[in-house]
Design a protein around this ligand. Structure first.
Ligand code: ASP
Length: 607
């Protein structure tokens, strides 16, 4: 037998047993005539003791770090016990050993706190994966995978594979394309998601589908994106939005239970997209803490149902007067911030990522007075009125942000998150789920003066808005007033699941009627010919009894990283790409042979 036990298995009750272990040499420590070796495998570390009798053999066959070793010996109680590891009470008195394979000196230490930098660890990812910290992440990933599969299996979902070589129909991100040798001049695309296939499966009657599946998007890699990533992709037929919300919030709760042993018994909060933007400046708010935005001034068309309270900040202060939007947040307990601290926040807000010109502050002092950087323009009474509107308490620091609507709202949202982090309101071990509902169906694309689908072109409008879509011409006559176009107000039957400020899943009820789908494509600027060329298969399928259906997809990598308390999805992917989309271990992408180009009948035209 190659091994009788793993390196994580032996305990005090195994004493005096003869065992055989195999694993990698983690450390070697020589004390006079005896040698201690820590032997590691996936399951743990076991201490080996090589006595004097093995010295000659060790001298002739010296061990090194990461050597692959097989040992035979007797389990003994350790005199010097190590409470930090599961096998810490025992060691193995080695009788014989065999070096199964040697190792070059590893380029970094294979330990929790390694000395290897990011690049080096990526180049030698197969060694990095031996580290406990990385292994724990992959174990968590597998636990999430199992939990999801079990749950969906119990609920009658069927895992059905869909193809990776598909048709290029870019809408949203850019496709990765693959040339077809057998069809010269023609290309496949790698799927951005199995969206149309899962819908076709609904037409075929597989009413509960899922797949844990790779998706590919050729996007510029913003922080922590991967060109290939994994989705938990699901679709159901004969459902309404409510059915989907229930089914999948239970799934995530089950994952919390299975993976983190957390009983998430609270019902999942729900919020409309409008409310999320209004209260948090963001469509994926972190609701682990409050600090909501107070909208002192805003463009009327953006939030048509909200009351105008801009008179509250009427003064000679040009910054507010000239601004489209003025938003405030009351930061608890920070009224005693020094000049240096507020200046630092101003500098933070001026960084290009945030892009604000400055910040104004009102300190709600504990003695009941109000002090502000804009004292010159506002009486104390006015400051007090603003503070009350912001629901500020004594001891709070109100931060006011002014500028163009979109940028100001986004900046305030970032500021809220930053202050939440600094004040310790965003704890790794607290999980708060949220559904964001009622997204706009369309977004305005300024460069082409047309509508684009906010989610994707298969998302259905809210039933009450279908008529608006059918009865209006999508053409935008006056770009400056696009918000007045009836299409700007159409709501989507779409939903996003948000966890601690991250969008972890999103989906929608789909269009299943051919005419409405054609109308949708037309609204996005596709004429009949283009519709036929790109989506003829789907429109065709909708002629053969397509059932009402809807679905959702979760970002599997992101879900794992949040559950693992990490900001980086890379830590949860066995072989990730770096920020330039490269796999530095296998050195991909790379050039291909002239012969391959020849076979594909492709000529390079590098610019
Ligand atoms: N396919 C969609 C996406 O990848 C998710 C869905 O609508 O189910 O975003």
């Amino acid at each position: 037998m190659f091994r009788t036990h793993t390196c994580g298995e032996l305990r005090i009750n195994h004493i005096n047993q003869e065992v055989t272990l195999a694993g990698w040499v983690q450390t070697i420590r020589k004390f006079g005539s005896i040698t201690f070796v820590d032997l590691r495998d996936r399951y743990g570390i076991t201490q080996l003791l090589f006595g004097e009798d093995l010295n000659t053999q060790l001298e002739n066959n010296p061990l090194g770090r990461e050597f692959v070793l097989q040992v035979k010996g007797i389990v003994a109680e350790r005199s010097n016990k190590n409470k930090n590891i599961a096998t810490g009470e025992i060691e193995i008195n080695i009788q014989s050993f065999q070096i199964l394979n040697k190792s070059a000196v590893p380029p970094f230490t294979i330990q929790d706190d390694t000395d290897g930098g990011d690049d080096l660890r990526m180049k030698y990812r197969f060694l990095d994966l031996r580290r406990n910290a990385v292994k724990k992440n992959l174990e968590l990933r597998y636990a999430v995978n199992r939990s999801v599969r079990n749950y969906l299996h119990e609920k009658g979902f069927m895992d059905i594979e869909t193809p990776f070589l598909i048709k290029s129909t870019p809408e949203g991100a850019r496709d990765f394309v693959v040339p077809s040798r057998m069809n010269p001049g023609q290309f496949y695309a790698l799927p951005q998601s199995p969206q149309t296939f899962k819908q076709l499966l609904m037409v075929s009657g597989y009413d509960r589908y899922f797949q844990i599946v790779k998706c590919f998007r050729d996007e510029d890699l913003r922080a922590d994106r991967q060109p290939e990533f994994t989705q938990i992709d699901c679709e159901m037929c004969f459902v309404e939005q409510e059915d989907i919300l229930q089914m999948f919030e239970s799934m995530i709760k089950q994952v919390f239970k299975d993976v983190k042993n957390i009983d998430y018994t609270d019902s999942v909060e729900r919020m409309t997209w409008q409310e999320a933007m209004w209260n948090f400046g963001n469509d994926k708010p972190d609701i682990r803490f409050g600090m909501k935005l107070t909208n002192l001034k805003f463009p009327a068309h953006t939030f048509p149902t909200k009351k105008d309270i801009s008179s509250l900040i009427a003064s000679d202060f040009a910054v507010f007067n000239d601004a489209e939007t003025v938003v405030a947040i009351a930061v608890p307990g920070c009224s005693e911030y020094s000049r240096k601290q507020t200046n630092e926040l101003v500098e933070w807000a001026k960084r290009p990522q945030i892009g604000m010109k400055g910040l104004a502050f009102i300190k709600c002092n504990t003695d009941g007075t109000y002090k502000s950087t804009i004292d010159k323009f506002f009486t104390e009474e006015q400051l007090k009125a603003i503070a009350q509107t912001c629901n500020a308490q004594t001891g709070d620091l109100i931060i006011l942000v002014a500028g163009p609507e979109e940028r100001t709202r986004k900046a305030t949202s970032e500021l809220r998150l930053e202050m939440g982090k600094r004040l310790g309101f965003r704890k790794d071990d607290e999980f708060k789920l949220l559904w964001v509902l009622d997204f706009p169906l369309f977004e305005y694309a300024e460069e082409d003066n047309r509508w684009v689908a906010r989610h994707h072109p298969f998302t259905a409008p809210k039933p009450s808005d279908i008529d608006i879509m059918i009865n209006n011409n999508p053409v935008i006559e006056n770009p400056a007033e696009y918000l007045k176009h009836p299409y700007a107000n159409i709501k989507a039957n779409a939903y996003d699941m948000v966890l601690n400020g991250n969008e972890i899943g999103g989906g929608s009820i789909r269009i299943y009627q051919k005419e409405l789908q054609q109308k949708m494509f037309a609204a996005l600027g596709m004429d009949a010919e283009e519709q036929q060329h790109k989506f003829g298969f789907l429109l065709g399928a909708f002629e053969y009894g397509a059932p009402p259906h809807g679905g959702i997809a979760f970002g599997f990598d992101r879900l794992c990283s949040i559950l693992g308390g990490s900001e980086s999805i890379r830590d949860f992917i066995a072989f990730p790409k770096n920020n330039s989309g490269r796999d530095v271990m296998i050195d991909a992408p790379s050039e291909i042979d002239a012969k391959q180009f020849d076979e594909l009948q492709i000529k390079l035209n590098l610019k």
